[in-house]
Ligand binder design. Sequence first.
Ligand code: SF4
Length: 239
Amino acid sequence: MADEQISLFSLDDVAMPTDQAPSPPTGSTDYAAIPISSATAISPGTYASLEDLATHCHACQRCGLAPTRTNVVVSRGSATAPVFIIGEGPGQQEDEQGKPFVGRSGQLLEQILASVRLDSERDLYIGNIVKCRPPGNRVPTPDEVVACKGYLLEQIRLVDPKIILLTGATAVRGILGIKDGITKIRGQWFEWEGRLCMPIFHPAYLLRNPSREKGSPKWLMWQDIQAVKAKLEELIPRD
Ligand code: SF4
């Protein structure tokens, strides 16, 4: 176990997942009925499929982040994943590549997941609170979060995960409405809409805090991801 913990902190030899370009719409989504104005919420059940949702996201102009984005960053991972990871929003590399959690943060996330034998392409679905990059990587405004939230709630409904991991304070606030600092509430289970949610540190925060000592953010992340794996095995026993 100690070796695995050490490997959690190394970024060497991490294989990045392959791209998943959105497919053409396949469901029966009524695009004409989808509200374009951010003043109108996206109703639960709007989208017939994740592909239909992605198609609409890629054309979205619901908030002020649209004009400065390069790509709309919708998701990566499995559409039937038992674990849904939610981050804050795309950074520069995510904006350029159109995928969430790439670059060094994404590599560290892959390593954290691999340390408990979770595969991001099989076991995880990964998205963000907002799908377009806030300029300068600033925190999304409340209006931007509200404008984009309907898409995220639809993604959660369609993927139907057992567990949601909230990486960082913006994700916690956006889903649970809790304003406590992430250090205070990380590693705790919360029930939300019939699902289990756990706040965890954002990988970018772990990169800025390299200590591996007991009680450090990386050590705490190791405890949290083991708790997530144990809960998953409890909820979905494998033969
Ligand atoms: S952040 Fe969300 S609501 Fe705003 S333009 Fe992008 S996809 Fe639309």
